[in-house]
Design a protein around this ligand. Structure first.
Ligand code: SF4
Ligand code: SF4
Ligand code: FES
Length: 317
């Protein structure tokens, strides 16, 4: 099949038919890539909810060179041959992103100082780049009664941006979905039917896909700010998953275990709850070396050249 030519922020790239604007931009990389709060390439049908990825199509294709009348969701719109797209080069897109950020924050508690997601939160990054300095609303923020969804995962619904990623993880990765979005409009909330615990084997991945601090690891709760921990790539033989993880350590102690995330904050591979929650001894793991964090300004500051790697690991730079 012939490749399609698309130009994004004046950079040309060739992609296969059916590729979305978002994935064409990811092929180029860097600042051309729109932010994504709900799209997740490993989850089918994700995207189309948050509107942070809207871009301007200033030429539809070689055949029809008219611009598209409205901004389009780059995570859901396939490219056409000859399409010209503007992301950062369009003032309209930047204005819109500011507005979407403000909208996402209208009901958000902004309790970053006590939120375990701080330092690796996509909403924090978005607010830092596009947020207003002051709020323009004075109404009370919408709040939800806390509900308990089990021993391992903490749901803080007030922070949820309804991106649906956790619902798709439960649908596609676990074999037993017990939670979903209940209600509609501003009554929508993530909930479990009759408060059943979310305890299936791969449910912990919901924590990793959640772009904000609405789903966090109960076993790590309030143990440390993430930028005071040191991430190491590690692996173990696991019958259920790939066993490839990141250990977040303080001294010799493993404070939490997560999957490995790429530059877009997406998991390279999903991991099972056994690896995530039940192997917190350094002897459980073969430590490969320090993890390079590709995104998030705060935790990627925590560089270290030479370090004391736990006993069964190999020394590396
Ligand atoms: S979810 Fe993100 S923006 Fe919201 S309180 Fe937590 S760290 Fe702050
Ligand atoms: S809990 Fe997190 S992953 Fe689930 S819909 Fe809310 S923000 Fe998205
Ligand atoms: S990332 Fe495209 S709409 Fe959310």
């Amino acid at each position: 099949m012939p490749l399609l030519k698309v130009t994004i922020d004046n950079i040309e790239v060739e992609v296969e038919a059916g590729t979305t604007i978002m994935n064409a931009a990811r092929k180029i990389g860097g600042s051309v890539v729109p932010p994504a709060m709900c799209y997740y390439s490993k989850l089918e049908g994700s995207g189309g909810y948050c509107r942070t990825c809207l871009v301007k199509v200033s030429q539809g294709s070689f055949k029809d060179n008219r611009p598209m009348p409205k901004l389009v969701a780059s995570c859901r719109t396939p490219v056409q041959d000859g399409m010209v797209v503007q992301n950062r080069t369009s003032p309209e897109v930047m204005d819109n992103r500011r507005a979407i950020t403000e909208f996402l924050l209208i009901n958000h508690p902004l309790d970053c100082p006590v939120c375990d997601q701080a330092g690796e939160c996509h909403l924090q990054d978005l607010s830092y780049e596009h947020g207003l300095e002051e709020t323009r609303t004075e109404e009370d923020r919408r709040t939800f009664d806390p509900i308990d969804i089990g021993d391992l995962i903490k749901l803080h619904m007030n922070r949820c941006i309804l991106c649906y990623r956790c619902v798709k993880v439960a649908d596609q990765i676990t074999d037993n979905r017990v939670h979903g979005v209940l209600g509609r409009g501003d009554h929508s909330e993530i909930s479990t039917l009759i408060q059943k615990a979310v305890d299936n084997d791969f449910s912990g991945n919901m924590i990793d896909v959640c772009p904000v601090g609405a789903l966090t690891d109960k076993t790590f709760r309030f143990k440390s700010r993430v930028w005071f921990t040191r991430p190491f790539d590690a692996h173990r033989e696991c019958a259920k998953c790939c066993g490839k993880t990141v250990l977040w350590m303080k001294g010799e102690e493993i404070l939490r275990v997560t999957g490995r995330k790429d530059q877009y904050g997406e998991l390279e591979e999903f991991i099972c709850n056994d690896c995530r929650f039940h192997h917190k001894e350094t002897t459980d793991w073969i430590v490969e070396g320090p993890r390079k964090i590709e995104r998030h300004s705060v935790i990627s500051q925590n560089h270290y050249e030479k370090l004391d790697i736990p006993e069964n690991g190999e020394e590396s730079e």
